[in-house]
Design a protein around this ligand. Structure first.
Ligand code: OGA
Ligand code: NI
Length: 342
């Protein structure tokens, strides 16, 4: 294995297989208005049977996406000490970092995070008794100078898509289209620029280890390299999602699982590395306000029991964000910890 840091090495059962299973039948939803009468049933089917899907004709200008991928490439090409000038810290999690751990194994990647709303607030610590809030402020690098504007524009465009998708998901659950809107009014949504450098040991390490996204919904834009794998719900196989030009991949996150009382389950996924090519991806993580208590919606638990106890989104997020910076001896916080007893 040479000089590769053992912190990156996955346990044998989590290492990627070399034989790739290319996904077949992944739902591809055309969001153009000509197809509107099919949207709700297509979303219901995709969320229930796959937990993820791709969308085309989604309204986000391809120019906006091309620009952010270019700007990300320029930023990550900077010398390490330049990037570290905008490093996140223990209190405000926005900015650059390259030491994320997923399930206590280090990810082979570097990232840059920024919040979509300025004046987004979050808890100052993960201590449930500490009521102090901090502002989640963005740290913009000097170079490339256009990064900030491009990122802000991209965030506005993808946020519109997030609202559209949440509306369709709401309708697909038999709820009014705007049922979720209030939850996002003071959103803690953020966008991440991901850079996966070429890796000399792609059979041992992962770009991101297996995980489910903790927020409501993720809108993933990516270049044409590919590497995302999702766990197929029918047989538990890891399948590779081939990039479709201009499409977005949408993942159901843990919060939709809780709101829908398990009608829709979040999808497990991970990122495989490439020994020759670097890869860039840009997820938009759609997250509610920090003060929101996440719990199954009353309309969906009628005649049954809520399957989760309420949890505070801000504290959950703060706990996960901080624990991911280091290797722990215990599993980090998961929604399964809030599962109600039968
Ligand atoms: C993530 C993630 C997938 C990708 O950042 O949570 O799952 O393809 N990324 O970069
Ligand atoms: Ni993810």
């Amino acid at each position: 294995m040479g000089e590769v840091d053992p912190a990156f090495v996955q346990d044998a059962q989590h290492r990627p297989k070399l034989a790739v299973i290319e996904a077949e039948g992944i739902p591809l939803i055309d969001l153009s208005s000509a197809n509107a009468s099919n949207h709700v049933s297509q979303i219901a089917d995709a969320c229930k049977n796959w937990g993820f899907f791709q969308v085309i004709n989604h309204g986000v200008p391809s120019e906006s996406r091309r620009k952010i991928l270019d700007a990300a490439r320029k930023f990550f090409a900077l010398p390490a000490e330049e990037k570290r000038k905008v490093s996140r810290d223990e209190v405000n999690p926005m900015g650059y970092f390259d030491i994320e751990h997923t399930k206590n194994v280090r990810d082979w990647k570097e990232v840059f995070d920024f919040v979509v709303r300025t004046l987004a607030f979050g808890p100052a610590s993960d201590d449930p008794d500490d009521k102090e809030l901090i502002e989640l402020t963005n740290r913009w690098p000097q170079y490339p100078p256009e990064l900030r504007e491009i990122c802000e524009e991209y965030a506005r465009e993808t946020e519109k898509l997030a609202f559209k998708l949440m509306g369709l998901i709401s309708l697909s659950l038999g709820l009014p289209e705007n049922r979720f809107n209030l939850f996002f009014e003071e959103s803690t949504s953020f966008v991440r620029l991901n850079h996966y450098p070429p890796c000399p040991v792609p059979h041992l390490a992962l770009g991101v280890g297996r995980h489910k996204d903790p927020g409501a919904l993720t809108i993933l834009g990516q270049d044409d390299v590919g590497g995302l794998e999702v766990k197929r719900k029918t047989d538990g196989e890891w399948i590779r999602v081939k990039p479709t030009p201009d499409a977005y991949i949408i993942n159901v996150g843990d919060i939709i699982q809780v709101w829908s009382n398990d009608t829709y389950e979040s999808v497990e996924h991970r990122v495989i590395l490439n020994s020759e090519r670097e890869r860039f991806s840009i997820p938009f993580f759609s997250n509610p306000a920090h003060h929101l208590w996440v719990q199954p919606l009353e309309e969906l638990t009628k005649g049954g029991k809520p399957k989760y106890r309420a949890y505070n989104w801000g504290k959950f997020f703060a706990t996960r964000k901080r624990s991911n910076l280091k290797k722990l001896d215990v599993e980090n916080l998961q929604i399964s910890h809030f599962k109600a007893s039968e």
